[in-house]
Design a protein around this ligand. Structure first.
Ligand code: C5P
Length: 297
């Protein structure tokens, strides 16, 4: 009998491949310049949460890519042709000249358009998923070129480990910072989606200087998210989120991620994380709150 979600039966049913689209967090994000191509030159320390969206894939031989979406934020996402999972799958098929297909189930646990990767992480996880499912060998450089074509954050999301990111997102360097591995992390989104392009357009074009990622203290004291100001202008509630996070006990650092509106806080202990999560949920039951930790580099 065909599987109710995927329409597949037989062998394929038994061998789903799973990938997690880890949530991305910019511990600091310095915007250094607006480039002639309209993108912005960045310096950013990317870390990834242990949790995120989930993708499951079943191989098929008919060349079709079938996408089903479920999960807490599934209803807010369109499974149409612009969906980044479908775009990633088609890009890999085109690159391979591949006639194999797949049924993909995306369980959307992360809020959409929220500064923590979402679509970029899904696209990256799709590339990893299909490479495994179709057992393809693809040169790292080629994979990264495909990824960048899908979005500036997609190459970093393919790697999904702590790294310094430059250029518009294509310059990647693994970068360990003492105290970040497995650090307890809270993600909070006040329920507003913001457009990345619009936030970047609101950057005031003042370069406030390079990013010192040498230690957690440097990241806290001299690190910034230069998109906080333009994001706050569009969604002032972000200021409430930041104030609430900064007021929690044993918080190491609280800041907005990416172009917002999701903000994060790093904590000294699991206990402090749990207490903060409870406090935020109690004060703002409508906000999205995720307790997680930073993926090991
Ligand atoms: O690359 P991606 O499609 O994810 O970027 C979305 C939008 O964000 C771009 O169209 C651009 O306006 C802005 N952006 C930027 N500089 C970057 C990354 C994104 O201006 N480095």
């Amino acid at each position: 009998m065909p599987h109710p979600d995927t329409g597949l039966d037989g062998e394929a049913l038994m061998t789903p491949v799973t990938e997690i689209a880890y949530a991305k967090v910019n511990v600091a994000l310095h915007v250094r310049a607006r480039r002639d191509d309209g993108y912005h030159a960045l310096e950013s320390l990317f870390v990834f949460a242990e949790d995120g969206d989930r993708l499951q894939g079943w191989a098929s031989d008919d060349g079709a890519i079938d996408l089903t979406i479920d999960g807490p934020f599934g209803a807010t996402l369109d499974a149409g042709t612009d969906n980044l999972v479908l775009r990633a799958a088609r890009a890999l098929q085109a690159y391979l000249g591949e006639q194999r297909g797949a049924a993909i189930r995306l369980t959307k646990n992360l809020p959409v358009a929220s500064g923590i990767g979402g679509g970029s992480a899904d696209a990256a996880a799709t590339l990893r998923l299909l490479a495994r499912l179709w057992d393809v060998r693809i040169d790292d450089g080629e994979l990264m070129a495909l990824a960048l074509d899908l979005g500036s954050d997609v190459p970093a999301c393919v790697v999904s480990a702590t790294q310094m990111v430059g250029g518009r997102g294509e310059r990647l360097a693994r970068h360990a910072v003492e105290g970040l591995d497995a650090c307890p992390m809270l993600l909070v989104n006040p329920g507003v989606g913001v457009s990345t392009a619009r936030i970047f357009a609101g950057w005031d074009r003042v370069d406030l200087g390079p990013l010192d990622g040498s230690s957690l203290a440097a990241l806290r004291d001299s690190g910034r998210n230069d998109l906080e100001a333009p994001a706050l202008a569009i969604a002032p509630v972000i200021g409430d989120v930041l104030a609430m996070l900064a007021a929690q006990e044993d918080v190491l650092l609280a800041r907005m991620s990416g172009s917002g509106a999701t903000c994060f806080a790093l904590f000294r202990s699991d206990r402090a994380l749990a207490a903060a999560a409870q406090a935020v949920r109690q004060a703002q039951p409508d906000w999205w709150v995720m307790e997680t930790r930073i993926r090991r580099a």
